[in-house]
Design a protein. Structure first.
Length: 387
């Protein structure tokens, strides 16, 4: 089996990019599973020294560039290619939707991995048929998203698959972890709990609601330490500079810290040291969110937003509240910080769900999808679908 992962973004990137990190981690997992895998990317700065080939083909995904990418795939003789689609990565344009039409049948098989349900700004839902119809298989990160597409494209429903993204933060097992936690706790000179936020620190992330909830907890005598873990540079970032000022005005400077972007093993240690992880996704938590997968994979009690976009499996494995509801968030945090048996039960449920989202399980299921579409393609008469 010879698979090509096609992506606009691949490390290193000038900004934290979950898509780029996912592709590298996924390619690594496929390689370790014995799959012959390559990455084809339009990022001109992509790192090419690794365990598997990374082919760089810079361009803007216009007709000529798509043709160059298609030529690489044909010349290499890949059994299947897997396009990683995320709206922002392609500048909210429809150009990647035309990519599968550069190939005939039966080879290579065509797979689409959805990292976003967004569509180009111009045309909106009118682009959905072109996005959905040309593929032999589509892997959705969200179960509600998949169900909507099944209802709209019933003739393609047997080609749809649902797989939540695994964590990009591996669990770091360190013999020094207990002493690390002890040193951190001792540094605070009291037994306060640790609440962690992990994700981008910018507007529209629900961070203000979380800080307001922390302030309200203080009025009730609960004063946990809060760590917001991500890239943080208030000297150059206006939003982050204002956030620091807001923290001071709210009287939270002694409780809220910004450790910055940390190595994966240190992030893992913080997950393990945290009593609660808060993930206030404005659109609701789903298996799209790598930070959620990371928290579940560490068996951490998670307080997060639940909406109709959230998978049913999350109910009971996390503590949910409606997006933007500060009062509800305050109550859920208070429960997790004071009801230790309930927190332990949520942590155990999170751990079990996290096991289902492991890279080994995810990769095995993806290999089965590739195998099915490759076999089906070999039994299909050759038909040109576009050029």
């Amino acid at each position: 089996m010879n698979i090509c992962l096609v992506t606009a973004n691949y490390p290193p990137m000038a900004w934290p990019c979950g898509l780029a990190d996912f592709v590298r981690r996924y390619a690594t997992s496929l390689h370790k599973a014995g799959v012959e895998v390559s990455v084809l990317t339009s990022n001109p700065k992509a790192e090419t020294n690794g365990e598997f080939p990374v082919i760089v083909k810079p361009g803007n995904w216009g007709y000529r560039h798509r043709g160059e990418l298609a030529t690489v795939i044909r010349e290499k003789g890949f059994d299947a290619f897997d396009l990683q689609y995320e709206t922002f990565a392609f500048g909210h344009r429809a150009r990647p939707f035309w990519f599968p039409l550069h190939f005939g049948r039966p080879k290579p098989a065509r797979v689409l991995t959805m990292h976003s349900q967004g569509l180009p700004k111009r045309g909106g839902r009118l682009w959905r048929p072109l996005q959905i119809r040309p593929w032999d298989a589509i892997v959705f990160y969200s179960e509600p998203f998949l169900e909507r597409m099944k209802a709209r494209f019933p003739s393609r429903a047997d080609r749809f698959h649902h797989l939540g993204f695994p964590s990009n933060i591996a669990v770091a097992v360190s013999p020094d972890l207990r002493s690390l936690v002890a040193r951190v706790k001792a540094g605070w000179h009291d037994p306060r709990s640790l609440v962690m936020y992990f994700g981008h620190i910018n507007a529209g992330r629900g961070i203000e609601e979380m800080l307001e909830a922390v302030k309200r907890l203080g009025e009730r005598g609960l004063k946990p330490q809060v760590a917001l873990v991500s890239q943080f540079d208030p000297q150059t970032n206006d939003y982050q500079r204002k956030l620091l000022a807001d923290v001071a005005v709210m009287g939270l400077s002694d409780r809220v810290s910004f450790p910055g972007q940390l190595p994966s093993d240190q992030v893992s240690h913080l997950f393990q040291a945290s009593d609660v992880v808060v993930l206030p996704f404005p659109e609701g938590a789903s298996f799209k969110n790598g930070t959620l997968a990371a928290a579940l994979g560490h068996g951490t009690a998670v307080v997060t937003t639940l909406t109709d976009l959230s998978e049913k499996a999350l109910h009971g494995a996390v503590v949910g509240y409606p997006p933007g509801d500060v009062a509800a968030l305050t109550e859920r945090l208070a429960e997790m910080l004071t009801l230790h048996e309930k927190r332990a039960a949520i942590s155990e449920a999170a751990r079990k769900l996290g096991e289902e989202l492991s890279w080994d399980v995810y990769t095995a299921k993806r290999i089965a999808i590739y195998d099915n579409v490759i076999r089906a393609g070999r039994s299909t008469p050759s038909t040109l679908t576009g050029s």
